[in-house]
Write a protein that binds this ligand. Structure first.
Ligand code: GLC
Length: 746
C-alpha cells in the first residue's frame, strides 16, 4: 500500500476502530470462543465491552508459535471489517530457539559484526515463526550489578551501548529498511526509554534520579543511536525519571524522543505501565493516565484496559486529540505496511510445511562463536589454562550438568537444546585424552534460599543429599584427579526482571565447597555462570583460573570446553566493572576525579577520596580480560600534539603477540578531558579495535582523534567542543595507563 491508501484506510475507520489499533493484548483474547473471552480475560483485564470490541485490537503480545500466529491471524481477519492484520510482537531479546549469550556477555566480545550476525540469525528464526516485532535491543546503561536486568543490558559504557544498539537494529531490521522490512527481517523495538538501568540501590522498578548532563552524555546515546539506525519501535520504561514516570513524560517522549531525536515510529508502553501511572502517584485515575500518556505520544497501550476504556472519552472532550489519534494510528498502519502485512498477513508462516533454519548447525555455530568470544578469562595463574592432554579431570559443581544456562530473557529458548559443560568437555575427552569424573559438590541454591523465588522456586532443582555428603564426594573425586573444573554461580532465576539482589556474590555454600577443594592442593579452574558481575573477593585467591561464562546460550558448554582445551583462545573483555564488595556499588570506570584524588605515593594521608576499610579500585576493571597470548604494547606515538580544529590527530601503537597462540586483542582508546566547563569523567572509552594476531606477529593499530570524541553535552542537552588539554590513553583495559600522552587543542 502507498501512503494515500493508508490515509484512505485511516479515514474509513470509526474512532472506536482507530482506538483498537492502539491496544495490545495477549493471545488468550483471540484463541477462544467470544463468550469465554468476555467472562475470562476481558473481565480479568477490566475491559468494558460497552466501550471496547476485541475485534478492533491492533497487536498481540508474546504469541510465539507459528501455528498459533497463523490461526489467530486467520480467525481475526475473517471477522475483520477493514482487514487490517494483527501485529505480533514478542520478547525475543537474544535468540528465538538458537539462543545467543546474554547481551551483557555479547558486549564482552567487543565484536559488533558478530553481534549483528547474531541479531540477523535471531530475526530469521523469528520471521520463520511468524513474529513481526521483537522487543529488542535493550540498551539501558547499567552501573549496578544488584539490578537483575543487567543481564540483558550492554553494560556500563556509552560507546558499547551505542554500538550494540546500532548493530542490533541493523541485524534485526536490515540496513535500508525505511519503507520496507524484507523477508527474514522483522521490526525492532529499542528499550526502555529512558534510563531504566539506574534505579536507586539497584532495586527493581525504583526511581531514577540523574542530572541532565549525565542523561545526555551517558544514558540517552544508546536510544538515539537506535533511532538514527531507523528503529521502528521504542518502548517506554517503568521508572520515574527525576520525579516523572517515563510512560507519562511529555518532556521525555514528545520533546526529546520525538523532537530532539526526530523519532516518528511507534512508541509502545511497557507492560501495564500506563495503568501504573496511578500507582506511581502521578495520575488520579485511569482517565487521567490515558490522557497524559496519550498526550506524551505513547501510541500503544500494552496489556491494560486504560486506553480501551478511556480514550473515547479523552478524544470526545478534546477533539484536538483526534489529530493525535490519527497520527498514532497512521504510525501503526505504516509499520504494518512496511512489514508487507496487508499483502501477506501470514509472512513467514504462510507455507505450513516450510523448512526453517531454526536450530540449524549454522545458527548453532554462530551462537558457539559468540560464546567463545564473550567468555572472559579473569585469572590464569601458573598458566594452568589451557589444560594439557592426558589428564584426570574432575568436573565439580552445580553448573557441570545444568541445562538452564540461557538466562532469564530467553523465553522461547528450550533448555533441552543446550550443550552442558559436561557434554562439551566429554566431546573433547578423546582428542585430549582426558579421563573425566564428576561430582555435584553442592546445590545451585541452598534450600533455605529457594523459597525467595516464588513461582520460579519449583524450577530450581532440589538436592536431597546433605551438603556435607556432597562435599565429601567432591573431595574424593578431586583428590584422585590432576585438575578440578569447578562450575558455580547464580541460578538463572536469581537474575532477570524483578531479580534484584542486595548482595550479588558467590553464595556461602558454594564458597564453602571452594575452600574445601582448595585444601586438596590441586589446581582449580573456576567457571562462573551469572547474569551480572558477582562479588568474588572471598575466593579469588583460592582458585588458579577463572572463566566468567555469564549465561552463554545454547552452545555454551561446547564453547567453554573449546576455551579450556586451548582449541580457542579467550578474547573477551569486561563490559562491566566487578566490585570488591557490595559497599563499593555503584562502581564503574568513568567516574569523576574529585577535588581530592588519591595520591598513591601518600596513600595513608587521610583526606583523599577513599574508604577507610576497602580499596577504591574494583576487583576487575572495565575492559579487562586475559588471553593465552602475551600481547606487548609498544611504539606508542602521536603524529602531532596540537590538533588544529580542521585536522585529524592520529595516535598509533604496535601490538605484538609474543606467544605461540593465535589470538585476538581488544585495543582500547580512552580520553580524559582535563578541564572543561562541565567536568568530564577521569576517562571515557572513545574507540577500540579488535585485532587478530598470529603467533609472534605484530601490527600497528591507529586511531584518529575526532572533534566528536572531545565533545560533551551540557545540562541543556547542547553539544560543546572546547579547546584545552586532553589526556589520551591507549591500552588493554581501562586501568592500563602505560601508554598515554597529553594533546592540546588551541
Ligand atoms: C516486561 C519488560 C519488557 C518486556 C515487556 C513485554 O515487563 O519490562 O522489557 O518487553 O514486559 O513482555
Amino acid at each position: 500500500m502507498n501512503l494515500n491508501d493508508l490515509n484512505l484506510l485511516l479515514n474509513n475507520l470509526t474512532v472506536e476502530e482507530k482506538i483498537g489499533q492502539l491496544i495490545q493484548l495477549t493471545g488468550d483474547f483471540f484463541d477462544q470462543e467470544d463468550e469465554i473471552i468476555e467472562t475470562g480475560p476481558m473481565t480479568k483485564l477490566g475491559l468494558d465491552d460497552n466501550k471496547y470490541d476485541v475485534k478492533n485490537t491492533g497487536s498481540v503480545l508474546n504469541v510465539v508459535n507459528g501455528k498459533d500466529i497463523l490461526n489467530i491471524q486467520k480467525n481475526y481477519l475473517e471477522q475483520s471489517k477493514h482487514k487490517i492484520p494483527l501485529l505480533f510482537m514478542a520478547d525475543i531479546i537474544y535468540g528465538y530457539k538458537t539462543i545467543l549469550p546474554i547481551p551483557l556477555a555479547q558486549t564482552c566480545s567487543w565484536n559488533f559484526n558478530l553481534v549483528k550476525d547474531g541479531a540477523s540469525m535471531m530475526a530469521k528464526e523469528c520471521f520463520e515463526a511468524g513474529i513481526h516485532v521483537t522487543f529488542s535491543p535493550m540498551v539501558d546503561i547499567v552501573r549496578d550489578p544488584r539490578w537483575g536486568r543487567v543481564l540483558e543490558s550492554p553494560g556500563e559504557d556509552t560507546l558499547l551501548s551505542k554500538m550494540y544498539s546500532k548493530y542490533m537494529v541493523e541485524g534485526i531490521q536490515g540496513q535500508d529498511c525505511n519503507d520496507e522490512i524484507g523477508n527474514n527481517k522483522i521490526a525492532a523495538c529499542v528499550k526502555h526509554f529512558a534510563a531504566y538501568g539506574a534505579p536507586r540501590a539497584g532495586l527493581e522498578y525504583a526511581e531514577v534520579e540523574l542530572s541532565q548532563s549525565t542523561l545526555w552524555n551517558d544514558y540517552f546515546p544508546g536510544y538515539k543511536e537506535a533511532v538514527d539506525s531507523g528503529v521502528k519501535f521504542v518502548m517506554t520504561s517503568f521508572n520515574l525519571l527525576n520525579g516523572i514516570p517515563c510512560t507519562g513524560n511529555i518532556w521525555l517522549n514528545k520533546d526529546i524522543l520525538r523532537g530532539k531525536f526526530g523519532f516518528n515510529g511507534v512508541l509502545i508502553s511497557d507492560y501495564a505501565a500506563i495503568e501504573e501511572l496511578t500507582k506511581h502517584g502521578f495520575t488520579k485515575d485511569a482517565f487521567d493516565s490515558a490522557s497524559i500518556a496519550f498526550e506524551s505520544t505513547v501510541d500503544i497501550d500494552m496489556k491494560t484496559s486504560v486506553y480501551a476504556n478511556n480514550l473515547l472519552d479523552v478524544v470526545k472532550i478534546d477533539n484536538k486529540k483526534l489529530d493525535l489519534l490519527n497520527t498514532a494510528v497512521l504510525r501503526i498502519l505504516r509499520v504494518k505496511n512496511e512489514l508487507g502485512l496487508f499483502e501477506n498477513p501470514y509472512r513467514g508462516v504462510e507455507n505450513e510445511d516450510r523448512v526453517t533454519s531454526i536450530l540449524s548447525s549454522e545458527h548453532l555455530d554462530l551462537s558457539k562463536n559468540m560464546a567463545e568470544e564473550s567468555v572472559v578469562m579473569l585469572k590464569n595463574s601458573r598458566n594452568i589454562l589451557p589444560l594439557k592432554k592426558d589428564l584426570d579431570v574432575a568436573l565439580i559443581g552445580p553448573y557441570i550438568k545444568e541445562k538452564a544456562t540461557l538466562g532469564f530473557w530467553a523465553i522461547t529458548g528450550e533448555n533441552k537444546d543446550t550443550i552442558t559443560l559436561e557434554e562439551g568437555v566429554k566431546n573433547l575427552s578423546d582428542s585430549m585424552n582426558w579421563r573425566v569424573s564428576y561430582a555435584l559438590g553442592c546445590p545451585m541454591v541452598c534450600e533455605s534460599e529457594i523459597k525467595n523465588y516464588g513461582k520460579y522456586a519449583e524450577k530450581i532443582e532440589r538436592v536431597s543429599v546433605p551438603e556435607d555428603k556432597l562435599r565429601e564426594e567432591a573431595i574424593e573425586i578431586s583428590s584422585k584427579s590432576d585438575v578440578i573444573i569447578l562450575a558455580v554461580g547464580e541460578s538463572t532465576y536469581q537474575s532477570g526482571e524483578a531479580g534484584s539482589r542486595s548482595n550479588p556474590c558467590i553464595p556461602d555454600h558454594q564458597i564453602k565447597l571452594i575452600k574445601k577443594l582448595k585444601k586438596i592442593g590441586k589446581p582449580i579452574v573456576l567457571i562462573v555462570y551469572a547474569g551480572r558481575p558477582l562479588i568474588m573477593s572471598d575466593i579469588i585467591d583460592d582458585v588458579d583460573a577463572i572463566l566468567y561464562a555469564w549465561y552463554p546460550g545454547t552452545m555454551g558448554g561446547q564453547a567453554l570446553a573449546n576455551l579450556i582445551s586451548g582449541n580457542v583462545n579467550p578474547s573477551g573483555k569486561l563490559s562491566m566493572t566487578f566490585p570488591r564488595n557490595v559497599g563499593q556499588i555503584p562502581i564503574y570506570y568513568n567516574t569523576y576525579k574529585t577535588g581530592r584524588p588519591i595520591d598513591y605515593e601518600n596513600y595513608n594521608h587521610r583526606f583523599y577520596s577513599k574508604y577507610l576499610d576497602e580499596k577504591v579500585t574494583p576487583l576487575f576493571s572495565f575492559g579487562y580480560g586475559l588471553s593465552y597470548s602475551n600481547f606487548i604494547y609498544k611504539n606508542f606515538k602521536v603524529d602531532n600534539k596540537s590538533l588544529k580544529q580542521e585536522e585529524k590527530l592520529k595516535v598509533s601503537i604496535t601490538i605484538e603477540n609474543r606467544s605461540e597462540y593465535i589470538g585476538k586483542e581488544i585495543v582500547q582508546l580512552y580520553i580524559d578531558d582535563m578541564y572543561s566547563t562541565i567536568v568530564r569523567p577521569r576517562k571515557e572509552l572513545k574507540a577500540f579495535k579488535k585485532v587478530l594476531l598470529k603467533p609472534f606477529e605484530e601490527v600497528e593499530v591507529s586511531f584518529s582523534i575526532t572533534e566528536e570524541m572531545l565533545s560533551f553535552y551540557d545540562n541543556e542537552g547542547e553539544l560543546h567542543f572546547e579547546l584545552g588539554e586532553f589526556k589520551i590513553f591507549v591500552g588493554s583495559s581501562s586501568e592500563d595507563e602505560m601508554n598515554q600522552c597529553i594533546i592540546s587543542i588551541d
